[in-house]
Write a protein that binds this ligand. Structure first.
Ligand SMILES: [Zn+2]
Length: 347
């Protein structure tokens, strides 16, 4: 029993992670497999007893609720990237079923967290869902994934660069709520994760087992740091707010992307560079890291005028959605500043 006077502050924990080959998996329960066509192809031959796999493509709450209602089985498998696994978390939580996550690319940290990001009213909201019960890591599958995708989750570690700046600036301005005060230890630990990523970007981007194992470790430590802080300010700042705003823009004007999928990590990479310039940080080291990581921070599907418009409207956007204080909160980006900032990082 816990003593009555102890505070019931719950600290989240990481799911259990199993490193094995997909050939070792023998699932005898009736499984619902959520995946995408390329991810399902990447795990061809996996011995999971399931009816047809369900291909996931929507990221609204309505999409996920509809999927959850249609799914029936004893265990849920999420095989693929962030969207698939986030959806699987939601479906498993709503049925109270066990969940196995099998990331085929390290494109986000979604397989380590217990909330599902959904797009609603023009922004991203996190619904409590559940962390996977088990995460399966097959290094061969990860190493053989397409280079621009397999390590794109590194952007969620690189984002510490701009997020920490924002968090510390907010502290100076007295804009952090009492539960989100900066501690020097959190800054030190976050900075060490960032520096380790910068030092090893080429190895990670090359997709070697050593590099991808290190990226997995960094994602685990970044998520664990957020658990201990009780919030994500150490890795989620103006660069993510920019991503939410531009995703919203892209979603509302479908023709802009010509049906191409833009990865979360690509947009985060772009957001990091833009915000680092606006923060007057030495941003070139971050661009160099993105290049080493093989993360395409200039996706062709995102036109420069869309980036400019998003920058110009960003302070209104963060006010409207009541996002935490960052460089985007007070900075008035004129069309001129927007154009210069974009030119700076894309030249
Ligand atoms: Zn992210």
């Amino acid at each position: 029993m816990l003593p009555d006077d102890c505070s019931h502050e719950k600290i989240g924990r990481l799911p259990s992670i199993v490193r094995c080959s997909l050939a070792d998996i023998k699932e005898r329960r009736e499984a619902v497999v959520l995946t995408t066509e390329p991810a399902w192809e990447a795990v061809k031959g996996i011995d999971v007893h399931s009816q047809q796999p369900v291909y996931v493509d929507g990221n609204t709450k309505a999409d996920m609720t509809a999927l959850a209602e249609a799914c029936e089985g004893e265990v849920i498998y999420g095989i693929g990237g962030g969207l698939v696994i986030d959806t699987a978390k939601y479906v498993a939580a709503s049925h109270g079923l066990p969940l196995i996550a099998f990331p085929t690319i390290l494109s986000t940290d979604a397989f380590l967290t217990d909330a599902t990001g959904v797009r609603e009213n023009g922004c991203v909201h996190y619904l409590p869902s559940k962390a996977p019960d088990t995460v399966i890591i097959d290094m061969d599958v990860l190493c053989n994934a397409p280079a621009p995708m397999r390590a794109s989750g590194a952007a969620d570690v690189l984002s510490i660069a701009t997020a920490i700046w924002d968090w510390q600036e907010a502290e100076k301005m007295g804009a952090n709520p009492s539960t989100q005060q900066v501690t020097p230890q959190a800054i030190d630990i976050g900075s060490t994760l960032l520096q380790t990523l910068l030092d090893n970007a080429r190895e990670i981007g090359s997709g070697t087992p050593t590099g991808l194992k290190l990226l997995l470790d960094l994602l685990c430590m970044e998520v664990q740091l957020c658990h201990l802080c009780g919030h994500s300010r150490v890795e989620e700042g103006s660069e993510h707010h920019f991503v939410y705003a531009i995703e919203n823009h892209l979603a509302s004007t479908n023709e802009t992307t010509n049906g191409e999928t833009v990865l979360h990590g690509e947009l985060v990479g772009l957001g990091i560079l833009l915000m680092a310039v606006l923060q007057s940080q030495p941003w070139m080291q971050y661009r160099h890291a993105l290049e080493c990581l093989q993360i395409n921070y200039r996706p062709s599907a995102v036109a420069p005028d869309v980036i400019a418009e998003t920058l110009i409207n960003l302070s209104d956007y963060v006010m409207q959605h009541q996002l935490p204080y960052t460089v985007a909160t007070t900075l008035r980006v004129t069309p001129d500043i927007a154009e210069r900032t974009i030119q700076t990082i894309l030249d």
